[in-house]
Ligand binder design. Structure first.
Ligand code: ZN
Length: 569
């Protein structure tokens, strides 16, 4: 989004896209009005910012839009225009101060101002998401609010939580649901405001573009989804459109709406807006179809108490491999999404299951630009050949599959695990998906469903990839989840530190350690044991000195990629 090649400036954000295409490799123009002393200060400031910008390796991201018929190319054009608006909307959701600050940075044409703007757009705000949300602007900003802009800035978590408890029935569901913000009424009392009201102007514009895309496309399931999603932006009821998204069978695969709840660090209740405009990769999608047949068998074999297994998983959930044309909002901030498992609405999941979408061109870029260089530093020379794209890709796939397996409701109460585990849910669920993903791949390798090459390389690939995740910071769900897994595997001798500071896998211990941790996490989820989840995360979510030593040696390796969407409109 921020680095896309825009032919015309449809919005303020499009202008930034053009500015940032000049990229970090281009030296800033000399500032004629500054004294030499302030020039020195400026260039030092720019150098510091550029170093942070270089943590994201710029990569062209594109898909074969040109191969689509005219009607579908036109639909893509409108979808990209709709998606562009989500950058702004996501920033509004993230922090109330973002729009004004963005306008100020856009007006600042100095090299520092431009570098700050570039980094601001990578992070979608003035805090570095991979540096524990450290502010990076010259001008001071408050700490990143954990409640984002979903709750009143002057409210406390305790106040909001106490208010939730006073509510019952629909009022409670609305207030703790995905699609409302909590505001104060004129009387100062808390009240839930639907997204359709809070974000009416932007959502109307987005809906208009979706309707145009719906009018253009000749693919019926795509048309149905787009019309229903446009209606949802008005009605605030996303159920029908989520169901239609599950039924999509089209060359264009758009995911556009309020989805993930990571930005709500108070409760994990509120959904942030994101868009992934993608094209389906039919060849790869077909290859992965084999996993669908294995799901119930995996669930039945989960290393947990039998009463916590689901004897009848929902209908076969689709598994789709796509290539990204354009992404925005929560789908393009800081570290890039490699895959997702949606929707999050339990009502849809219980009726239709969830769809797992793999972003293949994004994963290709991450593997080449980040994982290969990391393995050259974090692993001993003899282990580096065990890092493979197939293992990387298949594990990410299995991570998404496993989000749909294991306990989804608390055994005794039937309450959603998400609600019961509150702020610990995200980290635990991400750790579960990773570790049980390894467990599942081992099961499938033992059965001969996947190639022995993947099984041989997956633990070492996972180890190298752990360092990739650590570098995202342990202040968000995926990083926390990784720290929990990594430190546990280290304590159980499944990961070992070599005398030269590199890390290896102990083949005699890894399998049982992976199964044990899968059991521990899933049992906490099945029991809705918030205290146990909190205690586990408090103990394990740390960066230990031996890990830090490797991280220090990775200084010059990019942390992730900065996509440059090359769709030409
Ligand atoms: Zn996940």
């Amino acid at each position: 989004m921020h680095n896309n090649l825009m032919r015309k400036a449809l919005s303020a954000l499009a202008l930034i896209g053009l500015t940032m295409n000049s990229g970090c490799d281009t030296p800033p123009p000399p500032s004629s009005s500054s004294s030499s002393a302030s020039n020195a200060g400026e260039s030092a400031a720019v150098a510091t910012l550029e170093k942070k910008i270089r943590k994201f390796a710029p990569v062209d991201i594109s898909a074969n839009v040109a191969a689509l018929p005219e009607s579908e190319r036109e639909a893509v054009t409108h979808l990209v225009r709709a998606a562009e608006l989500f950058d702004k909307l996501f920033m509004i959701q993230s922090w109330a101060g973002d729009p004004a600050l963005l306008a100020k940075l856009q007006a600042d044409k100095s090299p520092e101002g431009q570098a700050e703007l570039h980094l601001f757009m990578i992070n979608k705000g003035p805090w570095s998401r991979i540096d524990h949300n450290e502010p990076f602007l010259r001008a001071p900003v408050p700490p990143k609010p954990p409640q984002a802009n979903f709750y009143p800035a002057d409210a406390t978590k305790e106040e909001v939580e106490a208010w939730f408890k006073t509510l019952t029935g629909k009022a409670h569901d609305d207030a703790t649901g995905f699609y409302s913000v909590i505001r104060r009424g004129p009387d100062g009392k808390l009240t839930a405001v639907p997204y359709s009201v809070e974000y009416r102007d932007i959502l109307t514009q987005v809906g208009d573009e979706l309707k145009k895309a719906a009018a253009a496309t000749k693919q019926p399931t795509l048309k149905a989804f787009l019309e229903k999603r446009a209606a949802a932006f008005q009605s605030n009821d996303y159920f029908d459109s989520d169901m239609a998204w599950m039924e999509l069978d089209a060359s264009i695969e758009p995911t556009i709406g309020p989805y993930e709840t990571y930005e709500d660090e108070w409760f994990g209740y509120k959904a942030a807006f994101e868009a992934f405009i993608t094209l389906r990769d039919d060849v790869e999608t077909k290859k992965l179809g084999i996993f669908g047949k294995e799901l119930q068998g995996l669930e039945n074999a989960l290393p947990i108490d039998a009463k916590y297994r689901n004897p009848k998983l929902g209908a076969l959930a689709p598994l789709t491999v796509v290539n990204v044309v354009f992404a925005s909002g929560d789908g393009n901030r800081g570290v890039q999404t490699a895959a997702f498992n949606l929707p999050n609405d339990d009502r849809v999941v219980s009726q239709k299951g969830a769809k797992r979408v793999m972003l293949k061109n994004v994963q290709d870029a991450k593997f080449a630009k980040v994982l290969v260089p990391i393995s050259g530093i974090a692993l001993p020379a003899a282990d580096r050949s065990k890092v493979s794209f197939d293992a990387f890709f298949t594990h990410i796939l299995m991570h998404e599959v496993m989000h749909g397996l294991g306990p989804q409701q608390v055994g005794k109460t039937g309450e959603a695990v998400r609600k019961a585990l509150k702020d610990t849910y995200g980290a635990l669920e991400e750790a579960k998906a990773d570790i049980s993903g390894l467990w599942a791949l081992q099961q499938l390798a033992d059965k001969g469903v996947i190639s022995p090459e993947i099984a041989k390389s997956m633990y070492t690939t996972f180890l190298a990839s752990s360092f990739r995740t650590f570098r995202f910071g342990i202040n968000e769900a995926h990083g926390k989840g990784m720290a929990l897994q990594f430190n546990t595997l280290l304590d159980r001798g499944a990961f070992v530190v070599n005398p030269d500071g590199t890390f290896s896998v102990d083949d005699t211990k890894i399998k049982s350690a992976v199964a044990d941790l899968t059991r521990e996490i899933m049992t906490i989820q099945a029991e809705g044991n918030y205290a146990a989840a909190k205690a586990l995360l408090t103990k394990m979510v740390v960066v230990r000195p031996e890990v830090q030593k490797v991280l220090d040696r990775l200084q010059d390796v990019p942390v992730d990629i900065e996509p440059r969407f090359t769709v030409v409109r």
